[in-house]
Ligand binder design. Structure first.
Ligand SMILES: NC(=O)c1ccc[n+]([C@@H]2O[C@H](COP(=O)([O-])OP(=O)(O)OC[C@H]3O[C@@H](n4cnc5c(N)ncnc54)[C@H](OP(=O)(O)O)[C@@H]3O)[C@@H](O)[C@H]2O)c1
Length: 284
């Protein structure tokens, strides 16, 4: 099976590159932004007609939530506008497109996990641009949208991945947010989920993929990391973790509860999706 990857140097893209060699009969052609700009429609057509892949995994996106408020045109262009060209290129090459989206398409007013049947109502520009992109992909007959949330790995450049290092090096307590409850997702599990879709011969539809366990706050995530550090090394002295309830000043509004249910994906692929606490073992 031939797979092309865009956004290859991003947090998800790097894990796709790392895990693809372990997939039997998968041939991956990975393209960073420098090698393939997804805003360049002709370059997309040329690339896909050259490879004629079974699947294109699009991990390229405008992902800076606060910056999207300041430059909405750029966010909409990358997260939605250019996807018309991408689906057109896929159509010409007979390729199924797997596109990643976000829990931020929801407004966060529910208190039970969001399913694929729940109505999106984004509260910020990033979420609105991602929702606009979803509609373009879902209108393509071979378009798959996989919504995910709080993706982290040992190499991620985000707060979740930074917590173990902060706890080990900081002497003062680490104050961590209790406002938002989301579903942390270990990047390797997400990528295994994307690969499971290709192996299940799925070619269209909307799916949620996160780790299971009903989600948590960043505070609960940090507490669990501290607990695991101490379990692995009872002599360790990680910093205390204390709760903090704050909004990012001047930042984009964020939905407070966006736990998603990955049940549809688990049923379809037969995957046993790990609990969010399991991924933590891989980053401490
Ligand atoms: N990470 C999360 O917590 C999370 C949560 C929910 C949904 N998602 C979704 O998952 C997907 C992947 O996210 P991620 O965490 O891997 O994001 P990321 O680390 O920000 O990576 C995005 C990648 O897109 C590339 N890119 C930007 N503009 C491009 C262009 N014009 N052409 C080609 N590539 C371009 C960037 O290139 P440079 O490296 O050159 O900047 C970067 O490598 C996104 O669709 C995101 O919305 C992520």
């Amino acid at each position: 099976m031939k797979v092309v990857l865009t956004g290859a140097n991003g947090g998800v893209g790097r894990i796709v590159q790392q895990l693809a060699p372990g997939q039997s009969r998968m041939e991956l052609a990975a393209y960073s932004r420098q090698e393939l700009d997804i805003l360049d429609k002709q370059a997309l057509v040329d690339c896909l007609l050259f490879h004629r892949p079974d699947y294109l995994i699009n991990a390229a996106a405008f992902t800076h939530v606060d910056q999207a408020e300041k430059t909405p045109d750029a966010a909409f262009l990358l997260n939605a506008g250019c996807l018309e060209g991408m689906t057109e290129a896929c159509r010409k090459a007979g390729t199924t497109l797997i596109h990643l989206s976000t829990d931020y398409v929801f407004d966060g007013t529910k208190r039970t996990p969001y399913t694929e049947d729940d109505l999106p109502a984004p509260v910020n520009t990033y979420g609105a641009s991602k929702r606009a992109g979803e509609l373009i992909i879902l209108a393509y007959p071979r378009g798959i949208v996989v919504r995910t949330s709080w993706v982290y790995s040992r190499h991620s450049r985000n707060f979740l991945a930074a917590i173990p290092g902060l706890l080990r090096t900081q002497s003062e307590p680490l104050y961590v947010d209790t406002l938002q409850t989301n579903s942390p997702t270990y990047a390797h599990d997400l990528v295994n989920g994307l690969f499971a879709l290709t192996q299940s011969n799925v070619h269209s539809g909307l799916f949620h993929f996160t780790n299971t366990g009903g989600g948590c706050t960043r505070y609960a995530f940090a507490c669990r990391i501290r607990e695991m550090i101490l379990r692995n090394d009872p002599k360790a002295s990680p910093a205390m973790v204390l709760p903090m309830c704050t909004e990012v000043l001047g930042g984009a509004p964020r939905p407070v509860y966006t736990v998603m249910s990955p049940e549809k994906m688990a049923r379809l692929t037969g995957m046993v999706i790990p609990h969010w606490q399991e991924g933590i073992n891989n980053i401490i």
